[in-house]
Design a protein around this ligand. Structure first.
Ligand code: BEZ
Ligand code: FE
Length: 642
């Protein structure tokens, strides 16, 4: 076993959506009352919100943080801090703002509450990189470590696509370098691999749809993990190169990280092949260096130092500066080796050759145009539904890089679904049912009270105004099947009987067919309308229903077959119950022990609807002369008051 040391950094993290407004209570928790707010112009709107929330705790603001934390800027901010006797720094912004907060903290020990708006991750580390006289110096100090970090996903939603990509790559760099750090440990390794995997999956989703909240959440969590890695173990070649290029040549921080990372990985690959195989697996790529390059290229990030404005003539000096002082790296660092690496990065060559897949174009302008076209929709709700539908549809197409052929197939499927539909065949309902959407809408609409009977989908076989039946009638009208005596009661939530409730029932015959599906049948059968008596009860004879397939000779049936699903419904009887003053209940009772209870093809089964259809004992009710086994269904429905 390899020995290791893991140092957990102290600090408190508040993660969520809308957590910006929790900053004041975090300041109070620290026992502080005079806040210096650091926030740049890019986050002006959020800064206003935060300022209002901080109220009288806010004593002064400073908006001048700059990239690579120049010491001159820190001096200015320090003066502001002292002049206003601030006793707490709140930093809202990216790595530069966080850097300034840390620079103030190492000089004064002032506590920091950091609200990151990018994926830089430096809020999780005791590291501080400052520039003075054109050189970037990095130090590690416990005083630089923020006391509280508040992650608010909402603040990242409008981070532009290019910044999201480069900032995400910056986070990826922390995770990758942590994996080949000189003193690795399993805790950091686990965090790093999780971060690599999450970043590789979240970034393409965000590049396709920058407002994808789920992907934003995953990326922000990954950035937190990656930042923790950065703070826990030493970094190697990649970070050294980026600091040199940033500090001495003024290249932008995150884009430089993005461009350099694939080449730093390629350089180290011969020294740490196993580590980079793990990185490749986490990325879902064959090769770690090429995988990172492709991630960058396909999400529209910069791929060359040339694009970032570094003159080619400076490559030799950059290599010299980056190799001037020794630092830990798995593969020995030589000026010639680094110059070759930088040349590859300058030209934007893909490690290992080949080309990346076509980049995803930014289509947000198109989505925005369509959304804007709904501006004059009279109803608020209609406009919101349409807007979100279009955003989801565009996002779906972009996320999956949908091809014209695939979309043509989908249109053809929908066309066939329409063509097979008629008054008695509703293929769109079947589609909605088998995709579970009917059940989602049903549960949202009808099943929000725990003490009422759960609802279940209506299905396509209900017919309005079914024939009236009296208590004790046989609604199977003598059809073959195991006789079933149904004895049900309808009550309110408290168990008070509801008299004169209208109860429609319908079910299939013993072969699984509804009357609508049997054109030779003479009139309706196995469907009826009954009314409850004064005691809320009603009774009738029917037959035990079997499991049956939903109509599967159309496009929906072919879809089920294509994905290896069966078309069966668990055996059930349908009920629709209405009574004045109560919400209408549409539901089904399922035969306990029946087939497909756990794989009902329309996702209609709920625990509270599975009922024992018990073997009948004693004389059959209603004096029915029966010389064969029969069953009994007893159940109480609880309706919700309106
Ligand atoms: C039914 O139970 O009648 C049913 C429900 C959904 C789709 C097909 C049939
Ligand atoms: Fe049914």
């Amino acid at each position: 076993m390899k020995e290791f040391v893991y140092t957990a950094q102290p600090g408190r993290v508040v993660f969520g959506t809308g957590t910006l407004l929790r900053v004041p209570e975090e300041v109070d928790r620290l026992g502080r009352s005079r806040v210096l707010l650091l926030a740049g112009p890019r986050v002006a709107a959020a800064a206003e919100l935060l300022a209002a929330a901080l109220g009288s705790r806010l004593v002064v603001r400073f908006a001048g943080a700059a990239m690579h934390t120049p010491v001159e800027v820190t001096e200015q901010a320090l003066e502001v801090l002292r002049e206003h006797s601030a006793d707490c720094v709140v930093a809202l912004g990216g790595g530069s703002t966080t850097g300034l907060a840390k620079a103030l903290a190492v000089r004064t020990d002032v506590p920091q509450v950091i609200v990151p708006t990018t994926y830089a991750g430096s809020e999780m580390t005791p590291l501080l990189g400052e520039t003075e006289h054109g050189r970037k110096m990095t130090r590690s100090s416990p005083a630089a470590l923020p006391e509280v970090v508040v992650y608010d996903v909402e603040l990242t939603l409008d981070l532009p696509r290019d910044l999201s990509v480069t900032s995400g790559l910056n986070a990826l760099a922390h995770a990758v370098e942590a994996l080949y750090a000189p003193e690795p440990n399993p805790v950091t390794d686990a965090m790093a691999l999780e971060a690599v995997s999450a970043i590789a999956r979240a970034l393409p989703a965000i590049a396709a749809d920058p407002s994808d909240v789920d992907a934003r959440t995953r990326l922000l969590r990954a950035a937190w993990l990656a930042g923790t890695c950065l703070g826990a173990v030493g970094m190697g070649l990649h970070h050294k190169l980026c600091h040199t290029l940033g500090g001495s040549f003024g290249l932008p921080h995150a884009p430089t990280h993005a461009v350099v990372l694939p080449h730093a990985i390629a350089y180290n690959a011969p020294a740490v092949p196993e580590v980079l195989t793990r990185v490749a697996t986490a990325l879902g790529a064959e090769d770690a260096a090429a995988g990172v390059f492709d991630l960058l290229a396909t999400t529209g990030g910069p791929v060359s130092l040339r694009e970032l404005g570094l003159p080619e003539a400076e490559l030799a000096r950059a290599a010299e500066l980056a190799t001037a002082t020794p630092y830990p790296n798995p593969r020995p660092v030589t000026p010639a080796g680094i110059e070759a690496l930088l040349a590859d990065a300058w030209h934007g060559r893909r490690p290992g050759g080949g080309v990346s897949r076509r980049p995803v174009p930014d289509l947000s302008w198109l989505t925005d145009q369509v959304v804007a076209s709904f501006d004059r929709t009279p109803g608020d709700r209609e406009r919101r539904l349409l807007t979100d539908l279009v955003r989801q549809l565009h996002g779906f197409a972009i996320r999956h890089d949908l091809t014209e052929a695939e979309w043509a197939r989908a249109i053809e499927f929908l066309t066939r679904t329409g063509q097979i539909s008629s008054d008695i065949r509703q293929e769109f309902i079947l589609l909605s049912d088998t995709l579970g959407l009917s059940s989602v809408v049903d549960l949202l609409t009808n099943s929000r009270t725990p003490d009422t009977t759960p609802s279940a989908v209506l299905g396509p076989f209900y017919v309005d105004n079914p024939p009236e039946a009296r208590h004790g009638d046989d609604i199977a009208q003598g059809l073959d099947g195991t006789p079933l005596w149904v004895d049900v009661q309808v009550t309110d939530q408290a168990g008070q009987p509801i008299p004169a409730a209208v109860v429609d029932v319908w079910q299939s015959d013993k072969d699984g067919h509804y009357d609508l599906q049997l054109p030779d049948l003479d009139g309706p059968v196995l469907r009826a309308r009954l009314r409850t008596g004064d005691d809320g009860r009603l009774t009738f004879w029917s037959i035990v229903p079997p499991a049956y397939p939903i109509p599967d000779d159309g496009p929906v049936g072919r879809l089920l077959a294509a994905v290896g699903r069966h078309p069966y419904r668990a055996p059930h009887v349908h009920f629709m119950i209405s009574a004045p003053g109560f919400r209408r209940l549409v539901t089904q009772l399922f035969v306990a022990g029946g087939d497909y209870l756990d794989s009902d093809t329309v996702f209609g089964v709920k625990e509270g609807l599975i009922v024992d259809f018990e073997p009948g004992t004693g004389a059959p009710p209603g004096g029915r002369p029966l010389d064969r086994p029969w069953r009994r269904l007893t159940y109480t429905f609880h309706l919700a008051r309106i």
